[in-house]
Write a protein that binds this ligand. Structure first.
Ligand SMILES: C[S@@+](CC[C@H](N)C(=O)[O-])C[C@H]1O[C@@H](n2cnc3c(N)ncnc32)[C@H](O)[C@@H]1O
Length: 230
């Protein structure tokens, strides 16, 4: 376990849900892991070795069931995609879709994305980071669990190449206000685009996500930010 300098346990942006996993998802986690999975370790990955080529790399944090990630990887075979998620049923679902799509340009890490960025991703290694609908942690006492913090923006910036991009989307108004404030404070990023919409938005190369559709059904608005690393 990684501890904060104070010696206390680091606050994480997720709680491990036991959630129901289907037999097919469980089989996929076993059978397809050698093909798509990368174990977490505290060593920097050589991504050229991992993917067997040199290419632009996109990292998606908290990909859920991987619907958006798999679709994007299928549409852009020239780019390598790294997905990081902790929820096992979602990872199983993602592996099944990746296998069905015959993807060669996708790898998955089952671990806290903060630690993956800190330890496994080299500085300046990424062309883009996608953070689509991070857990909103609505209760005030849980706001400290929200993944978007100043420390997160600094960490993300260090892993992006100059002029590379960070794309964030949320459907939670209070989180959006906080993200606006953090972006204004950040010296690492320049805000290139900000959109507030009610869905059906197809710019910024973002596919509609499962969580987004859920928010839209509840009448939520959607906020999108595209940030460029300075
Ligand atoms: C609200 S869901 C959104 C899923 C998907 N992006 C979508 O839009 O449908 C947030 C996801 O982020 C994952 N998550 C939260 N914190 C994470 C972290 N530190 N590292 C990896 N995954 C994380 C959760 O397990 C969850 O599946």
């Amino acid at each position: 376990m990684i501890r904060a300098p104070s010696g206390r346990r680091t606050i994480r942006s997720f709680v491990r849900r036991t959630g129901r996993i289907t037999p097919a998802q469980e089989r996929a986690l076993d059978a397809l892991w050698p093909q798509f999975g990368i174990a977490f370790s505290a060593h920097t990955l050589n991504l050229d070795e991992v993917f067997g080529r040199s290419a632009e790399r996109v990292l998606e944090i908290g990909f859920g069931n991987g619907e958006t990630l798999v679709r994007e990887a299928g549409e852009k075979p020239e780019i390598d995609f790294l997905g990081v998620e902790v929820h096992e049923p979602g990872i199983g679902r993602c592996l099944i879709s990746a296998e069905d799509a015959g993807l060669k340009n996708l790898r998955v890490i089952k671990h806290d994305a903060i630690e993956v960025l800190q330890h496994q991703v080299g500085d300046g290694a990424l062309a883009r980071i996608n953070l689509y609908f991070p857990d909103p942690w609505p209760k005030k006492r849980h706001h400290k669990r929200r993944i978007v913090q100043i420390s997160f923006l600094k960490l993300a910036a260090s892993k992006l190449a100059p002029d590379a991009t960070l794309h964030i989307a949320t459907d939670w108004e209070n989180y959006a206000e906080q993200i606006d404030e953090l972006i204004a404070q950040s010296s690492e990023f320049t805000l290139a685009e900000r959109h507030l919409h009610k869905g059906g938005f197809e710019s910024l190369e973002r596919q509609t996500t499962r969580f987004e559709r859920r928010g839209l059904r509840k009448g939520h608005s959607i906020w999108d930010w595209l940030l460029i690393r300075n």
